[in-house]
Design a protein around this ligand. Structure first.
Ligand code: ADP
Ligand code: MG
Length: 250
């Protein structure tokens, strides 16, 4: 589903992702953990090319995203081509990023309608199916400010799913929530995983990682320092820095 090869990313002189190699298989749930500033968000944002990269390659379903080779030269790909690949990659952010002036239903139908994928009737039907899936059928006409944080994040997930993505990226989806609202969002994510959605999740929810992840990626200072099953990472990590990190968060 996603193949990242020798990826390097800089912000100015700051080398924030260093020789990243990572392959994510279809149907897999991969959780990324690591200290603040280690590059987790940047790596996730590179996966749908929200961040340009300086070297290396990212492939989505065997198609390069962002950069293409043309007559022996590496170039930025045309925006149209980039957008088509991006449709396969849904993203959910820490702060929901819902449009405040649109209802829940309008938030969910905006992209499919704007892209002319469906007519209004079909878009609304899909929105209602997705609201059922995230447990919010009664909130279709509400505005974001009328919702709790957990409800907003569930709408954000439904909105991403409305584009029928092949993979979903989550960047700390529960970090902005009050503790009592975390569970309802994690439950929606667990249901998605059960249905076979390919997911890449940056989170500090170690319970979720243990229960749901097929593999856990540990990042530190811009590098992947360890990738293994949750059992190994949480019980017998091979890296000292993984142990130190887990001691702080568990
Ligand atoms: P994490 O998500 O693991 O906390 P980030 O990917 O957000 O880490 O950040 C990795 C490093 O890149 C940090 O040192 C951060 O300060 C830096 N960084 C992130 N975004 C930007 C940006 N837009 N401009 C400059 N530096 C950035
Ligand atoms: Mg982050």
């Amino acid at each position: 589903m996603i193949q990242i090869t020798e990826l390097n990313k800089y912000f100015g002189a700051h080398h924030v992702l260093k020789e990243i190699n990572l392959t994510i298989d279809s149907g897999e749930v991969v959780v990324i953990i690591g200290p603040s500033g280690s590059g987790k968000s940047t790596l996730l944002r590179c996966m749908n090319y929200l961040e340009p990269i300086q070297s290396g390659q990212i492939m989505i379903e065997n198609q390069p995203i962002g950069m293409i080779e043309q007559q022996g030269k590496i170039k930025e790909m045309p925006q149209k081509q980039l957008n088509l690949i991006r449709e396969k990659v849904g993203m959910v952010f820490q702060n929901f990023n819902l449009f405040p002036h649109l209802t829940v239903e309008e938030n969910i139908t905006l992209s499919p309608l704007t892209l002319g994928k469906v007519n209004k009737q079909e878009a609304n039907k899909v929105a209602n199916e997705l609201l059922l899936k995230v447990g919010l059928t009664d909130r279709a006409k509400a505005y974001p400010e009328q919702l709790s944080g957990g409800q907003k994040q569930r709408v954000a997930i439904a909105r991403a799913l409305a584009m029928r993505p092949h993979v979903m990226l989550f960047d700390e989806p529960t970090s902005a929530l009050d503790p009592e609202l975390v569970g309802e969002v994690l439950q929606v994510m667990k249901d998605l995983a059960k249905e076979g959605m390919t997911m890449v999740v940056v989170t500090h929810e170690m319970g979720f990682a243990r229960e749901v992840a097929d593999r856990v990626v540990v990042m530190d200072q811009g590098k992947i320092i360890e990738i293994d099953s949750p059992d190994i990472i949480f019980q017998h990590p091979s890296q000292k820095r993984t142990k130190e990190f887990l001691n702080k968060v568990l």
